[in-house]
Design a protein around this ligand. Structure first.
Ligand code: COA
Length: 380
């Protein structure tokens, strides 16, 4: 329909979409399950603990979780097995190759939401990027499965930059628009992070939640009247072992490695906090200067949602004062850390009230280390 429209090569965000799982786990439910596991473990190993051969496990606490992270609950795709002290992991029926996979299914739901909000027919989309921290399988790509489910004639591929996957996806999509290789690109981030979380690890069992988001990046020429100009994007990576997951196709579980925690998410939370805050704050200030934007003038920051304290410090450094909830909204309290989807949920839920001409920033950071900034300005 828009095939003859002369293109501008200017990328915009036409819309975003969100899929939120129905089930959620409160901190109280989570801690009750974890502490039941601790009691059972300590009882089962009482003799070894007594002999000093095994360290007794310590209970978790609701107060600690909320104070250290700002998280009050998280949505999940499979509540019951996660809370079962004998399982403490998500479980679902294995699907046949003829059925849509669970990651693609929630990605499609978020994508359909974004398409509907933009009034866009899937047949008019050129490409799908599935940008997320964990893929269902090695191949075929999740993006191609999502493309097929939506009926898109074009191309798709998966990309994983951990918590920064969505912003890296947005820049990639924007570059396709800038180069004229595509007019309409869906960046889909299905994050079933409950699968990579070690629910038996006291230091991190409270961190993550499940969700899917989608961002429709298009050429300004075909965008709906209400959209966001992408003023500038910037990506950065710096190698670090402080957030790591060794799961991979070269270390399939053997009887010796079965259940080893390094095949799940592990982190040095304190180091991450200390190293990532200054790196990201500096990156935002530098990029704002390059784009001729006064950081203090930014109307809103939609930051990665990993830890309320990190976001407080980063926004303070960028805005020059303690940010209000209006200036730097959080969705951590109800969603937890949803990896790459976090800043997109914040943008999705807290952007409609901004006025035409307002400038804001979508910013992600996480494993790699990786960080991405997307400066946007509201049009209409
Ligand atoms: N319940 C009760 N106490 C706990 C606990 C739990 N679930 N987990 C840890 N503690 C205790 C620790 O044993 C420690 O006790 P000690 O002082 O007696 O040694 C104390 O609480 C502080 O632990 P620490 O791990 O240093 O907490 P923290 O304040 O650094 O908060 C994080 C932990 C993970 C919330 C925080 O470091 C963080 O969010 N970092 C950044 C994470 C991040 O962004 N990661 C990116 C992932 S994408």
């Amino acid at each position: 329909m828009h095939d003859d429209t002369p293109l501008t090569g200017r990328p915009v965000i036409s819309s975003t979409g969100l899929y939120t799982p129905e089930e959620s786990i409160s901190n109280a439910e989570l801690v009750a399950s974890f502490n039941a596991y601790v009691e059972r473990f300590n009882a089962a190993h009482a003799a070894e603990i007594e002999a000093g051969e095994v360290a007794a496990l310590q209970p978790s606490s609701v107060e600690f979780i909320e104070k250290a992270s700002g998280i009050k609950s998280r949505h999940v795709m499979a509540k019951e097995p996660i809370l079962d002290p004998e399982i403490m992991a998500p479980r679902w029926r294995e699907r046949s190759n003829e059925e849509i996979s669970i990651l693609a299914e929630i990605g499609v739901a978020a994508a359909r939401d974004a398409l509907a909000r933009a009034g866009r027919d899937a047949a008019q989309v050129d490409a799908v990027l599935c940008a997320a921290s964990n893929m269902q399988r090695a191949y075929p790509a999740m993006a191609i499965e999502i493309q097929q489910a939506l009926g898109i004639d074009g191309f798709g591929f998966d990309m994983n930059v951990a918590c920064s996957s969505a912003t890296f996806g947005i820049q990639t999509a924007a570059d396709y628009i800038r180069a004229g290789h595509a007019r309409s690109v869906l960046v889909v981030s299905p994050e079933i992070t409950s699968g990579h979380l070690n629910w038996r690890d006291r230091d991190s069992h409270f961190i993550f939640g499940d969700v899917a988001t989608a961002v429709l990046v298009e050429d300004a020429a075909i965008a709906p009247a209400q959209h966001w100009d992408i003023i500038g994007t910037k990506l950065k990576t710096v190698f670090s072992n402080n957030i790591r997951n060794n799961f991979g196709f070269l270390n399939r579980a053997t009887p010796e490695t079965e259940g080893t925690p390094d095949k799940l998410f592990v982190q040095e939370g304190r180091k991450v906090f200390k190293e990532v805050v200054p790196m990201v704050a500096q990156m935002i200030v530098d990029e704002a200067a390059r784009l001729g934007i006064e950081p203090h003038s930014l109307r809103r920051l939609w930051l990665h949602q990993a830890n309320a304290g990190m976001n407080r410090l980063i926004s303070h450094r960028v805005l020059g004062h303690e940010a209000s909830e209006d200036e730097s909204p959080t969705v951590l309290d109800t969603y937890g850390n949803t990896s790459s989807a976090g800043s997109i949920i914040a943008f999705h839920q807290h952007s409609a009230d901004l006025a035409a001409g307002d400038t804001g920033l979508i910013c992600s950071f996480g494993a790699g280390y990786s960080a991405g900034t997307v400066f946007v300005r509201k049009v209409a």
